[in-house]
Design a protein around this ligand. Structure first.
Ligand code: SF4
Length: 343
């Protein structure tokens, strides 16, 4: 008797889900962002580039300034592998989280070398187990690529989807394990591509953090959190820490010294030197600030005229424009230019 009841419950849950999947698809066809270029292509490399760019960046920024120029410059995995890291970083300039560009470049090299050894064209693997072995591809990106580029019956997990799942099941502080399990339980295995794109759009357009529009949401009939949706998930209080730096501009014959960064943060970019205590003969020229996701940086900038070329590399400001540098260093160059104009 018990097992019959359980079977009955499972059957009715499945029936509900099938109906919801239909509602989601219907909504997506009318309201979804179906024209995004990475949704209208089957090119797995293009989808891969969009996924990596979108990891920490808003759709509009990727769309307007980065996606097309990057693909124009590096249209294939092979073209990306042939480029120098400098060229890749230059195309990534301003997008931040530069490790993403470095990992893309490494992945292109790994896949191209592998393909050459087998005398075939390089391509991305379609299975999660293989995708996850590649630099910069974690669980979320591997699922996104498998589901969106290779149409596998798997869920995509990102901030919008996490918020929807938390609200659907009134989860205030869900663990990753719970979120993934739920995502697997409710994914539309027949149409994972449309389902996943729709879930991301519903999160971005309807189930927003502050003003969810439950009355027109296709998930309304199964949503347990719709009475007070903003309670789910509980917001984490984030305090933005302040960091201070002293930056020394070494100037020799109208050229500034920059070195290539080797630390994990901003790895591979060119940058000005951070110092503990400014040289006594240096001149303070001002302060710039820059807000990162987790901290706000305050840089005091000093200028030091060198009599001999004591550093390794010097560049004119025109030459610096062609280097891949961070937003902070761009601000420092601007401060320097404003300073010499006013001297
Ligand atoms: S009904 Fe409301 S809370 Fe539930 S998923 Fe839709 S928009 Fe979000």
């Amino acid at each position: 008797m018990k097992s019959l009841l359980l079977l009955d419950m499972m059957f009715s849950m499945q029936k509900n889900l099938t109906k919801i999947h239909q509602e989601i698809q219907k909504w997506y066809k009318v309201h979804g962002r179906v024209d995004l270029p990475w949704r209208t292509t089957d090119n797995t490399y293009h989808i891969y580039i969009s996924e990596v760019m979108l990891q920490q960046t808003q759709v509009q920024t990727v769309l307007k300034r980065y996606y097309s120029p990057f693909l124009k410059k590096f249209p294939t995995l092979q073209a990306l592998s042939k480029a120098s890291l400098d060229e890749v970083l230059k195309m990534w300039e301003g997008l931040g989280y530069y490790n993403r560009a470095k990992n893309l470049h490494m992945t292109a090299n790994i896949l191209t070398d592998k393909a050459q050894a087998q005398n075939i064209s390089p391509s991305l693997p379609s299975e999660i187990d293989e995708l996850i072995q590649l630099p910069g591809i974690g669980k979320n990106t591997a699922h996104a690529l498998a589901a969106l580029a290779f149409k596998k019956p798997l869920p995509v997990m990102e901030a919008n989807v996490k918020r929807i799942i938390s609200r659907l099941y009134k989860l205030k502080t869900p663990t990753d394990k719970t979120l993934w399990k739920t995502a697997y339980d409710i994914v539309d295995k027949s149409n994972p591509f449309y389902y996943n794109q729709a879930m991301m759009d519903i999160g971005a357009m309807l189930c927003t953090p502050k003003n969810p529009q439950c009355e027109i949401c296709p998930l309304n009939s199964i949503c347990q959190g719709k009475v007070n949706p903003t309670l789910y998930p509980t917001k984490k209080k984030r305090t933005v820490a302040a960091r201070k730096q002293n930056i020394m501009l070494y100037l020799y014959k109208d050229k500034l010294s920059l070195t290539r960064r080797t630390d994990k943060f901003l790895h591979g970019l060119w940058g000005f030197k951070e110092i503990g205590v400014p040289l006594s003969a240096s001149k303070y020229i001002g302060e710039i600030t820059h807000t990162y996701t987790h901290f706000k940086l305050h840089c005091k900038v000093y200028l030091y005229h060198e009599r001999t070329a004591a550093q390794k590399h010097y560049f004119t400001t025109q030459e610096i424009e062609k280097l891949a540098i961070s937003k902070v260093d761009e601000k420092i160059v601007k401060l320097y230019l404003d300073t010499i104009i006013n001297i």
